[in-house]
Design a protein around this ligand. Structure first.
Ligand code: SF4
Length: 373
């Protein structure tokens, strides 16, 4: 049984902080509508070819992410699901998630998602503040998000995640508080929050280098994260993973596949699979993916995870969960010294046969993970 991830690398426009390799339908492919439509169709055909190679597998979860999967037309969305239904078996109560961005959703598309069996929506809001949304290049407004959210509710979506980003340039603590209070008011079942990372090659990185914008202060960033943990847990959300909060029984089953180091199949340009201890990554360029999908060259790299590296991987993924992980004999043998050092620094707590990040460790999780690598 595997978790299936399908990657849709198209967006309407590039957000200023985005470092993903996506094709922006409003500006790439010489601006000709036909060229863009052709490219999307070719890509979807390539996806079906790749999916066909795994025909018959039993799926425990499906996650369609991107990019912006909801730039696809209703017909394209329904056909993709139909293809999955025809070629795979589904575990009972399978979780089927689609990432959706406000500005690309409407009644028709939401109905197609519902018809396709989608039972979990993940909506990219990022912040409840039109000024900040504009400053980071998002295509939508607060009102568009709310209209989409309530429409989804009306159409029966009862498991919705909302993605948020904090530590944005120019974002004050009071702005972040406002966003979280509004989130609590609309009560999504799940909230994911990430602090902004300004990566090389993005428009935001150039703006930072030229002094046009200023990065958020590190102390403020930590305060924002702590405030989010406090207010969301007070309101009944379980902080079950570093960046994820869920109402009871609403944690993400698909992401759990990754954190538990279970098998998953990644389909599409740049997608990553982990099957039988081997991690493989597809070529990232869309044209190259379309050209090579029927050959072995579609796989850019393959890596057998074994020995100490594979144990470190398991630890890092497991420590992301607030419940932590069991310290097996194998872990003890390979990392006893590292664990002791991290406990001493107050970043890890160890109780009998279990260990997990401390509160301080949550804020400095990357430092902890580096120690295991
Ligand atoms: S919607 Fe997401 S993937 Fe698309 S450009 Fe914005 S951040 Fe990148």
């Amino acid at each position: 049984m595997v978790g299936l991830y399908i990657h849709i690398p198209f967006c309407l426009r590039k957000c200023f902080y985005c470092s993903f390799k996506t094709t922006t339908l409003l500006s790439d492919y010489s601006n000709k509508k036909n060229d863009k439509e052709k490219k999307v169709k070719q890509y979807l055909k390539a996806l079906r070819n790749e999916l066909g190679k795994y025909k018959g597998k039993v799926l425990r979860s499906i996650y369609i992410g991107g990019g912006t999967p909801t730039v696809l037309s209703s017909f394209q969305i329904e056909s993709l699901f139909q293809f999955c239904f025809n070629n795979f078996s589904f575990k009972k109560n399978i979780e089927i998630t689609v990432e959706a961005n406000p500005g690309t959703l409407n009644r028709q598309k939401l109905k197609s998602l519902k018809k396709g069996g989608v039972n979990r929506l993940s909506i990219g809001l990022q912040t409840f503040d039109d000024r900040l949304l504009k400053s980071i290049g998002r295509i939508h407004t607060e009102k568009q998000f709310l209209d989409n959210f309530y429409l989804a509710r009306k159409l029966g979506f009862d498991n919705i995640n909302v993605d948020l980003i904090f530590a944005l340039p120019g974002q004050r603590m009071c702005d972040w508080e406002k966003t979280l209070k509004k989130i609590i008011n609309i009560k999504p079942e799940h909230v994911s929050l990430y602090s902004l990372s300004i990566d090389c090659g993005t428009r935001m990185y150039s703006d930072l280098k030229s002094g046009k914008i200023k990065a958020c202060d590190e102390d403020l960033e930590a305060d924002m994260y702590e405030y989010a943990i406090k207010i969301l847990t007070e309101k009944g959300y379980q902080h079950y993973e570093i960046s994820n909060f869920a109402l009871p029984y609403k944690s993400s089953k698909h992401n759990q596949v990754y954190w538990d180091n279970r098998q998953y199949l990644g389909i599409g340009a740049g997608a990553v699979s982990f099957l039988h201890g081997i991690r493989s990554t597809n070529v990232e360029d869309i044209d190259e993916y379309i050209d090579k999908v029927n050959t072995d060259e579609v796989c850019l790299k393959k890596e057998k995870l074994a020995g100490k590296k594979s144990i470190a991987e398991k630890i890092i993924l497991g420590l992301r969960m607030r419940k932590g992980i069991k310290v097996s004999k194998q872990i003890e043998k390979n990392f006893e010294g590292t664990i002791e050092k991290l406990v001493h620094r107050g970043l890890l707590e160890r109780k009998k046969k279990k260990m997990r990040l401390t509160y301080k460790g949550l804020l400095l999780a990357n430092q902890v993970f580096i120690e295991f690598l």
